[in-house]
Each structure stands twice: as structure tokens, then as C-alpha cells.
Design a protein around this ligand. Structure first.
Ligand code: ATP
Ligand code: MG
Length: 432
């Protein structure tokens, strides 16, 4: 083994088999459900003008103040690798005047996000999200429907014992007096707070609830809660959301400390916690953002959404013993008994692949025995032998690996024979 000259940057990773299979399964299943719930895919850039994130996410958030990867170009413009996808989708929604079309509109985006965080288990600098957004509906039934979709995706993946945490962040009307009240409380306990939280008192007091420092968490237990001072409309909205969740049989835990790390949230906010992860145990989270479209320069259009952390979801599945994918097997392996028959072999292989069978052959001039071992390793269902004898007779040796029975099949009957053995499918892929 050689000492690698280059290694992946800290906080990034190469996603290899079988991890990549589990992730593909997460994405495939989510896509299927997103289709069922009438969402449309939107692919937005992995970098945007820095200003969009500053405006959208908020200057005083950790993401913007500490975690963004920003870079410039020759003209002096500043760009940032996207730390989340909502801002990009909202920008596209405005840029393409999608708000002129009928509402609500439902979009999703899947891909990597980038945050300059301290790497640890479940926290990376490049990570992957399934981001889901619904624009143009302020009704509480929509909050419940979006939360139901989030839970449906996790349920479909087989994840159990998840906790859905729910809170309301109110609106501008109820937040302003609350903010004053909170600042008053924080000033009283200021000495016991970490440096970050002391800064937050000035810039963005609500963010203190996001702090992971135990001392701060302890002091915040006694802090006033926004949930108990919501304005009448926000209170009513929240009650309705809970009722809709109730009729769908969705359990939730009210948690007034859930405030989310982004500035744009209003009213419903939620997190899904997995019991199988350690400190980084939130596998999906989101909320309503009724001012964001307007803040980004669009018309006043309500919205809400969530993002599933694919990395943590995969880890939670792994810890729960959920593979998520089926072991691969191969429909056919073609063995050739003589090296000079490899032209014939590759021709047959090509025909069979075009017929939709997953098929493989040996290119390294292995012995018959070694080729057989390879076929076994690849879990081939059928092995086809091509030798001098077979060519002369116009047949192929065909062995059913499950029964070890072998017979000769004429060239022209091979496809029918295989369809009969393996079943006729549109595609006889590797997961047969
Ligand atoms: P946390 O409180 O765990 O830092 P967050 O509030 O920053 O999460 P969001 O911005 O809401 O997270 O992103 C939604 C989801 O994306 C999270 O619940 C998590 O599963 C995942 N996620 C966020 N940041 C990271 C990261 N640095 N590495 C891996 N996954 C992440
Ligand atoms: Mg974070």
C-alpha cells in the first residue's frame, strides 16, 4: 500500500460502496414520495452571490457570520458556496417570476451544502440535503402536510422511534415585545453565558436557544418562552397545525427551545430527532418563512419547507441495522474457455446487455476456475460457457447457479431461454 499523496479535505468525504447505495436508496425513496405529494425538482447553483445568503439567512446567524465559504472573482463580486438551498430556490422563484403562476408551488432540491463547521460525527463541511419547499400558502393545513411528508420519508426508510419536535416562532408582531423580554432576562444572567451568547444578546437574542454549551443551556431553562406570548393569530395558527397533525395521527413533542439556526423562520418550526445518533441527532428540520420571499426582493408570499440531512439519516439507518439497499446480484456471467474466443464473448456480452441483462465477463485471462470464482463472487444467477466445442455445435453451455444444472442451448434460443429462466422484465438490472 502506498502512502496517499493527496487526501480529501477535512470535513469532506468520499462516499464508497455500500454507503453510497444506502444514500441512493434514501434519495430514491424520497423522490418517489415527493412525486406522490406533487413536488417538482429544481436544480439551483451550488454557489450564489454572498449577499443572497446574508439577506436571506441573516447576518447574525452562525451560518453567515462564521460558516460560509466565500470567494471572489476578477470583477470583485463575492460568491458563497451554498450553506442551504432555501435561499437559492426563493431567488429562482423570484427571478423566473414563478409567483405569477398558480399557488401553491412545491419544489425540491437534492445536493451538497457547504459550511465551515468544526468537523465531528454527523457534522461535516460538505454534506448532503434533500431540501423541500412549498411556496404560496399560509394555511396551517400546509404546515401539517409538509411535516407529514417529512415523517413519511423517514417512515418509508424504516426509521423508528423518531421524535418530532414542534414549536412556533410567532411573527413580527409577537416577536418584538418578546425579544425585549428575553434580552431583559439574558442581561440578568449575562455573566454565566458563553462569549457567543453574550454577543447574541446584542445581535440576535433568540439564537441563544441554539447554543450547545451546557452552562448556557442550563441558564436558559428559566428563560421566558415565545410560545407563551404568541399573538392571537399565531396562537390560532399553531393550534390548527396541531389539530391537523392530530387527525393524521402524527405524534409530536412541544419544545419551546426549538428556534432553528436561520433567521427567516416564522410560526411553525420543527426538528426530527433520531435516538440512534449522539450529539448531532437532528436528521431533518424546517419551518415556515412567511417574510423570506419579500426579504429577498419578491412579493409578499408565504412559504415553508424542510431539509433532510442525508449523511445523518444514513448514519441513523446504519445504527438501526437498516441497509436500505438489496445486495447486488448479476443476471449473467460469461466464461470463455479459451483466450482467443474473447471476441465472440464480448460480442455475446454486448448483445445480452442491450437486451437489458446485467452481464459481466473476465478481461484478465483468468483460468476457468478463477472465472467461476468471480461469477460466484458477483452472485451471478446464470453462467454461460463459450468454448471451442460450443462454437462448433452452435450452442452455449448454460448453468443455473442456484440448481447447478447445466445444459446446452442453441445460439438462437438463448434469449427465450433466459427470459424463461429469469423472467421477462423491462430491465434485468444488477439488483435482479
Ligand atoms: P444543527 O443544529 O445540527 O447544526 P442546523 O440547524 O444547522 O443543524 P439545518 O440548517 O436546519 O441544520 O439543516 C437541516 C439538516 O441538515 C440538519 O437537521 C442536519 O441533519 C443536516 N445538517 C446541517 N448541518 C450539517 C453538517 N454540517 N453536516 C451534516 N449534516 C448537517
Ligand atoms: Mg448547524
Amino acid at each position: 500500500m502506498v502512502e496517499p499523496k493527496y487526501v480529501a479535505p477535512t470535513g469532506t468525504s468520499d462516499i464508497l460502496y455500500p454507503e453510497v447505495e444506502r444514500r441512493n436508496c434514501i434519495v430514491d425513496k424520497a423522490r418517489r414520495l415527493l412525486d406522490l405529494y406533487c413536488y417538482q425538482e429544481m436544480i439551483v447553483p451550488t454557489f450564489e452571490h454572498t449577499e443572497l445568503f446574508v439577506r436571506g439567512i441573516g447576518e447574525a446567524t452562525d451560518i453567515v457570520s462564521k460558516e460560509m465559504y466565500t470567494f471572489g472573482d476578477q470583477r470583485g463580486s463575492s460568491f458563497a458556496l451554498r450553506p442551504e438551498a432555501t435561499s437559492g430556490i426563493v431567488r429562482a422563484f423570484i427571478e423566473h417570476s414563478l409567483y405569477t403562476k398558480s399557488m401553491p408551488q412545491k419544489y425540491f432540491c437534492i445536493g451538497p451544502m457547504f459550511r465551515k463547521e468544526k468537523p465531528q460525527a454527523g457534522r461535516y463541511r460538505e454534506f448532503y440535503q434533500i431540501d423541500v419547499e412549498l411556496l404560496g400558502a399560509a394555511q396551517p393545513s400546509v404546515d401539517a402536510e409538509v411535516i407529514a411528508l417529512l415523517m413519511h420519508i423517514f417512515q418509508d426508510l424504516g426509521l423508528k422511534n423518531l421524535t418530532l419536535k414542534l414549536n412556533s416562532m410567532g411573527c413580527r408582531i409577537c416577536r418584538a415585545p418578546y425579544r425585549e423580554e428575553l434580552v431583559g432576562y439574558l442581561r440578568k444572567v449575562e455573566k454565566g453565558l458563553c462569549r457567543n451568547c453574550r454577543e447574541r444578546i446584542k445581535k440576535n437574542p433568540l439564537r441563544v436557544f441554539d447554543c450547545k454549551v451546557e452552562g448556557c443551556r442550563h441558564l436558559l431553562r428559566e428563560a421566558p418562552e415565545l410560545i407563551s406570548v404568541l399573538c392571537a393569530q399565531c396562537q390560532e395558527h399553531f393550534e390548527e397545525v396541531k389539530k391537523y397533525l392530530g387527525v393524521m395521527g402524527l405524534d409530536y413533542e412541544l419544545d419551546p427551545k426549538v428556534v432553528r439556526g436561520l433567521d427567516y423562520y416564522t410560526r411553525s418550526v420543527f426538528e426530527v430527532v433520531s435516538p440512534s445518533l449522539g450529539a448531532q441527532n437532528v436528521i431533518g428540520a424546517g419551518g415556515r418563512y412567511d417574510y423570506l420571499v419579500e426579504d429577498c426582493g419578491g412579493p409578499p408570499i408565504a412559504g415553508l419547507g424542510f431539509a433532510i440531512g442525508i449523511d445523518r439519516t444514513s448514519l441513523a439507518m446504519k445504527r438501526s441495522g437498516l441497509k436500505g439497499y438489496e445486495d447486488k446480484s448479476l443476471a449473467l456471467f460469461i466464461i470463455t474457455t479459451s483466450h482467443h474466443l474473447r471476441f465472440e464473448t464480448i460480442k455475446r456480452l454486448d448483445i445480452l446487455r442491450h437486451q437489458g441483462f446485467s452481464a459481466e465477463m473476465d478481461h484478465l485471462s483468468r483460468s476457468m476456475k478463477a472465472q467461476m470464482r468471480l461469477a460466484d463472487k458477483l452472485r451471478a444467477k446464470i453462467v454461460i460457457f463459450i468454448g471451442e466445442d460450443e462454437i462448433r455445435k452452435g450452442v452455449l453451455g448454460v448453468r443455473d447457479m442456484a440448481t447447478s444444472s447445466q445444459e446446452e442451448v442453441p445460439f438462437e434460443d438463448l434469449l427465450d431461454y433466459l427470459y424463461q429462466k429469469l423472467g421477462r422484465k423491462e430491465k434485468w438490472g444488477a439488483r435482479g
